[in-house]
Ligand binder design. Structure first.
Ligand code: FES
Length: 147
């Protein structure tokens, strides 16, 4: 498990988190390559099915990064995203998964360092949790032993 490198999907709002990631890049602030960014116009466009699909496709952890509360360019998209993330956390708990595999993070466009530090922190947290439980199933749908 020590060599486990988690796959992380980050749904990032175009106006804040994506720009913050861009800023981190232009300032040469490193963040883990485990984090794969999916740019969305607003986190309000991220539905629970998108998060669950990311897990189905192999993500070990998923986070949604939106504008600071009260700063969403579409009024309340980040509030809706926060609610959906909480719903997915409940689904994961019902499935017997760790709810911390999914998170909502808020930031402004100027928070490049924060983007990098949260990407690192989330990656480390998922590394501690280990591979997604869905990876314990083979292609036939049978559960397999994890080595
Ligand atoms: Fe950024 Fe809505 S525009 S979360």
């Amino acid at each position: 498990m020590e060599n486990f490198e988690p796959e992380i999907v980050a749904f990032c709002c175009h106006y804040c988190a994506y720009t913050a990631a861009d800023m981190a890049g232009s300032k040469r602030i490193a963040y883990p390559p485990n984090v794969k960014i999916i740019r969305v116009p607003c986190t309000g466009k991220v539905d629970a099915i998108h998060i669950m699909k990311a897990f189905e496709k192999g993500a070990d952890g998923v986070y949604v990064a939106g504008c600071l509360e009260g700063d969403c360019h579409f009024k309340n998209g980040n509030t809706r995203a926060k609610y959906r993330v909480e719903q997915v956390q409940k689904y994961l708990t019902d499935l017997g998964w760790e709810k911390d595999r999914v998170a909502m993070i808020n930031m402004s466009a100027g928070m490049g360092e924060f983007f990098a530090s949260t990407a690192l922190e989330f990656t480390q947290n998922i590394k501690q949790l280990g591979p997604s439980p869905i990876k314990h199933f083979n292609t036939d749908g049978h559960q397999t032993a994890v080595s």
